[in-house]
Design a protein around this ligand. Structure first.
Ligand code: NAD
Length: 363
């Protein structure tokens, strides 16, 4: 599907979102929805499962959890899943026998994405994996190779790329509204309490850069179509309560694209801040703020005497429903997802370069 057709459909999705279905995948395959097994029943899987219930072409048909009797049975009752389709992690390979499972949705801590993707590929199941794709570029390559070898689809859940307001903003840029792109400023900042897996280096693979800094990074790569050529970076930890014993509290970095476009970004697990991207062109600017939240994406800007003010109307979890439906279409039509494994890999290559430029993971 070309970008224009994608934009049209996703804009239709904006209207439909929050009502019923994402509007993206109006079709089923022979009356059958794509069956997803939710792997890991934490915060993001809860949202994804709600999205599937709203979606027209996706359905949760199995659950993989460490708590089959509590979380498993609770979600099975909510979504009409038979008890026989609740699996523990040790029983993961039994998904291979479950004909109602076409794909897995991986909502596990970052360091588990690679293993559970490779194991799914070996079972012949398609994979929709949460971002960050993995905790290293080497792991990303392993995941791509495993999915290619098994001839299954691999998509990374970059929901923002499928958000209608983002698509509208990117179309404005492509149409020349702000002229030549010159620079970006972006960031995503939040607080993480002591003890969560995100602050554990082994599970998180790093700090806020992998989790939230990846949003402006991915958006800048996506909008420019370029891979960063040069980096500078600084990390700092000002909270000395040992909350950040394993990962940095805050990180600020700059990137220069091969064309000369500049970017300055920040992220943190110890600041209550915004999620935004400002895009400056020779004739004006656009800004997404909030930019990376589940709903309420707000696009403003000014160029050539014209003002832009678009408030996304879709309500959470509509971005996830679009994503679930879009991946179903990719599977049925044998199409490479726009946010495929290569896209996830490129972010990990940039993330590794940013940490290298910072010199030390904790300061
Ligand atoms: P979470 O802590 O809410 O859920 C993680 C799940 O993994 C839980 O069900 C937990 O029981 C399970 N798990 C299995 N083994 C575990 C282990 N060894 N340690 C800890 N938990 C274990 O996390 P989350 O917020 O749902 O994040 C999961 C993934 O989704 C992460 O990769 C994260 O980056 C991504 N995410 C994406 C978005 C998005 O908007 N696309 C938003 C939040 C999180």
């Amino acid at each position: 599907m070309d970008r224009r057709a994608f934009t049209k459909l996703a804009t239709m999705a904006a209207g439909a979102a929050g009502l019923q279905g994402s509007g993206w995948g109006e079709t089923t395959e022979g009356g059958r929805r794509l069956g997803y097994a939710a792997v890991g029943l934490g915060g993001i899987s809860d949202i994804f499962m709600r999205a599937c219930a709203e979606s027209k072409s996706a359905k949760i048909t199995a659950l993989v959890t460490g708590h089959p009797e509590e979380k498993g049975e609770k979600y099975a009752a909510m979504y009409g899943i038979p008890k026989s389709s609740i699996y523990t992690y040790a029983e993961y390979e039994r998904l291979a026998e479950n004909k109602d499972v076409d794909a897995v949705y991986i909502g596990l801590p970052n360091s588990m994405h690679c293993e559970y993707t490779v194991r799914a590929a070996k079972m012949g199941k398609n994979v929709l994996c949460e971002k960050p794709m993995a905790i290293s570029s080497a792991e990303c390559r392993t995941m791509i190779d495993a999915c290619n070898a098994a001839k299954v689809k691999l998509m990374i859940a970059y929901r923002v790329q499928y958000d209608p307001t983002w698509i509208q903003g990117i179309q404005l840029i492509k149409d020349g509204f702000i002229g030549e792109l010159e620079s970006f400023q972006g960031g995503f900042f939040n607080q993480q309490p002591k003890g969560v897996w995100r602050l554990n280096r082994k599970l998180g693979g790093g700090g806020s850069l992998l989790d939230v800094g990846i949003y402006p990074l991915n958006a800048i790569r996506h909008i420019t179509g370029e891979e960063p050529a040069m980096y500078t970076a600084q990390v700092a930890t000002r909270d000395h309560s040992r909350r950040f014993a394993e990962v940095e509290q805050s990180l600020e970095w700059t990137m220069k694209m091969p064309s000369g476009i500049l970017a300055s970004c920040g992220c943190s697990y110890g600041q209550d801040g915004p999620s935004f991207l400002t895009i400056n062109g020779e004739k004006g600017f656009l800004q997404f703020e909030p930019g990376f939240l589940y709903d309420g994406v707000h696009l403003t800007g000014h160029a050539g005497g014209k003002t832009i003010d678009i408030l996304g109307t879709g309500k959470a979890p509509f971005q996830f429903a679009i994503e679930a439906d879009y991946f179903a279409q990719c599977v049925w039509e044998n199409k490479q997802p726009e946010s495929d494994g290569e896209e996830g890999l490129k972010d990990l290559i940039a993330i590794e370069a940013i940490y290298k430029a910072a010199g030390t993971p904790i300061a």
